[in-house]
Design a protein around this ligand. Structure first.
Ligand code: 4AD
Ligand code: MG
Length: 443
């Protein structure tokens, strides 16, 4: 009978049958007459046993990690105490290593069995190989599941996905982090956010979202800033600021629920972050002015080492201390006009502040930035003047305020930051395939 070709992970439940598997040697171990191989194929791991003459073949005796193999044999159930993945092992009766499939061997840097003193830069240069390690590959698999969950949840909310351009001629989040590039005979930028384009879709498409790359020429090396990152952005029409906060809380919690519904993904998340608990709802809501008081009470200084005062930016360090102490998601709202972007709607009751929100998570800090948008034409023009931005290039954006304006708002969620929080990764550099940041553009 032809053996069934199976993937190695959960679900390929064909115990007692003869199967054919393909994969790479993740680990290998020899005991006198027996050889144990942990085979890996990206869907999971399988313990394979070579006994008798099979264990004594030249290819078995010289087998190196990462070598690709085809193996045939019988799948047998083993008790949970045996530490075999999915409580089963493959008793091989045939294997083949095709020409070119052998790995050189000897290089420990390819997985997360690297020695403690391997330089971080070296590991990043070898990203194409460290990607085969268990931690990074689990994070990447969780990442795929979360992206699917965002799409799923947005569809539940009847939102439409669009794909705005990456090459633009307008800035969104300040000139300091713009990547400029020659564009035929003109100058263009890599987009910092798709927000302004999402706003133009509302009148005819209803509530919209996108999952696109954003680019920021960040000059500081921090564990939560990339030059190229994935940005989940959404824009909602005819809403209030409270609607925006409720929506955001719902989306984040529902995305976690949908993600956790996949048992393999749930297992990976728990492996990476054993303390993970679903966040309690409602999230804590705190105004910027209350946060300033809180920081003063807790003796957490501002960037000049002085006590915080109204109008100060809350630094990354202060933000992190705050989230670590409060230890639950926080919606920080109503930031002063001066420290926020030009497009943010002012609060009707207190025009010193904006209808803005940052969502802060323990361990990471800000993972979402959002706001209601200025919907009045004259007010928007005044905001451009205040920020010293020439509105000419924004004609398509300002036109929205001439052709049927509406109360609307939205947000951007840093996808790698969300993952870093969920998978408890120290840096968001380990939450994307090939991180790009100041000083690194390879592999
Ligand atoms: O707070 P930001 O700058 O807000 C905007 O771009 C809005 N226009 C989004 C919108 O309303 N549609 O960025 C949003 C989020 C941040 O909260 C952060 O999580 C992430 O994007 N982010 C970065 N992530 C990685 N590397 C960087 N350099 C990032 N800059 C921002
Ligand atoms: Mg922000």
């Amino acid at each position: 009978i032809d053996p069934i070709k199976v993937k190695l992970g959960n679900g390929s439940d064909v115990k007692g049958t003869r199967v054919r598997v393909f994969g790479r040697v993740h680990r290998e171990r020899r005991q006198k007459e027996v050889m144990f191989i942990t085979l890996r194929d990206g869907y999971g791991f399988m313990q394979v046993i070579f006994t008798g003459p099979l264990a004594k073949t030249y290819d078995a005796l010289t087998l190196t990690r990462e070598t690709s193999m085809e193996i045939l044999g019988e799948l047998r159930e083993v008790p949970p105490g045996a530490h075999a993945p999915n409580n089963r092992e493959l008793h091989a009766d045939y294997f083949k290593i095709y020409p070119g499939w052998k790995a050189a061997g000897g290089d420990e840097a390819i997985t997360n069995r690297v020695s403690k003193d391997t330089e971080h830069a070296t590991l990043l240069d070898l990203r194409h190989l460290t990607l085969r390690g268990e931690t990074l590959s689990k994070v990447m698999i969780v990442r795929d599941a979360i992206e699917f969950a965002f799409n799923f949840v947005y569809k539940e909310l009847r939102m439409r996905k669009v794909s705005p351009p990456a090459l633009v001629q307008t800035q969104v989040e300040g000139g300091a982090t713009l990547f400029k590039l020659p564009y035929y005979n003109e100058e263009a930028y890599l987009t910092q956010s798709s927000q302004l384009y999402l706003e133009t879709c509302l009148p005819s498409m209803g509530d919209v979202y996108c999952i696109e790359k954003s680019f920021r020429a960040e000059k500081s090396l921090t564990r939560r800033h990339l030059a190229e990152y994935s940005h989940v952005e959404a824009e909602l029409d005819f809403i209030t600021f409270d609607d925006l906060l409720d929506h955001l809380e719902l989306v984040m919690c529902r995305v976690l629920e949908v993600t956790m519904a996949d048992p393999t993904v749930k297992q990976y998340i728990m492996d990476l972050n054993p303390e993970f608990k679903m966040p309690d709802r409602p999230f804590r809501r705190m105004k910027y002015s209350e946060a300033i008081e809180w920081l003063v009470e807790h003796n957490i200084p501002n960037e000049d080492g002085e006590p915080h005062k109204f109008g100060d930016d809350i630094s990354e360090a202060a933000e992190r201390k705050m989230t670590d102490i409060i230890n639950r998601p926080i919606f920080l709202t109503h930031f002063p006009v001066e420290i926020k972007a030009f497009y943010m709607q002012k609060d009707k009751e207190d025009p010193r502040v904006t209808e803005s929100v940052d969502c802060l998570m323990p361990g990471v800090g800000e993972i979402v930035g959002g706001s209601m948008r200025m919907d009045d034409y004259d007010e928007l023009m005044a905001a451009f003047r205040r920020e010293d931005i020439d509105p000419t290039a924004y004609y398509w954006y300002t036109d929205q305020r001439k052709y049927g304006s509406s109360p609307h708002g939205g947000y951007g969620l840093g996808f790698e930051r969300f993952l870093a929080w969920l998978c408890k990764q120290h840096t968001i550099r380990d939450c994307c395939l090939y991180p790009r940041y100041f000083g690194r553009c390879k592999p």
